[in-house]
Design a protein around this ligand. Structure first.
Ligand code: CU
Length: 106
C-alpha cells in the first residue's frame, strides 16, 4: 500500500513537471526584437548579409561594434547602400542575429 502511494506521488510529480515544461515553451519560442542605429559597412546580397557599425544596443547590453547581420528577406536590402545610416530591428534566431526591418535615414 505504501509503495502504491509512492508510485502515485511520483506520477503526480511527472504530470506537474510536464505541465511546467509545456508552460515554458511559449516564453522560449517568442523572440525579443531589438532596435539599433548603424552605418552600413558592407552588403552581401547573395548571402543576405549586411555588415553594420552599430551604436550601443541597450536591450542586449551591447557596446557599439561592427558585425554581420543576416536579413530575413533579401528584399529588405533593396535601396540600402554602403555608407548609409540606417535604423534597424532584429531578432535572435538559431544563433544568428536576423534583421526583420531596416530603413535608410537618407
Ligand atoms: Cu553587435
Amino acid at each position: 500500500m505504501k509503495r502504491n502511494m509512492q508510485v502515485v506521488f511520483i506520477n503526480i510529480c511527472a504530470v506537474f513537471l510536464s505541465i511546467g515544461l509545456v508552460a515554458m515553451q511559449p516564453a522560449n519560442a517568442t523572440a525579443a526584437s531589438h532596435e539599433g542605429v548603424a552605418m552600413v559597412k558592407a552588403i552581401d546580397l547573395d548571402k543576405s548579409i549586411v555588415k553594420l557599425a552599430h551604436s550601443p544596443i541597450a536591450t542586449l547590453n551591447w557596446p557599439a561594434m561592427t558585425m554581420n547581420f543576416k536579413t530575413k528577406e533579401r528584399t529588405l536590402l533593396q535601396g540600402i547602400k554602403v555608407g548609409d545610416v540606417v535604423t534597424f530591428t532584429f531578432i535572435q534566431a538559431n544563433g544568428d542575429y536576423v534583421i526583420t526591418h531596416i530603413q535608410s535615414d537618407r
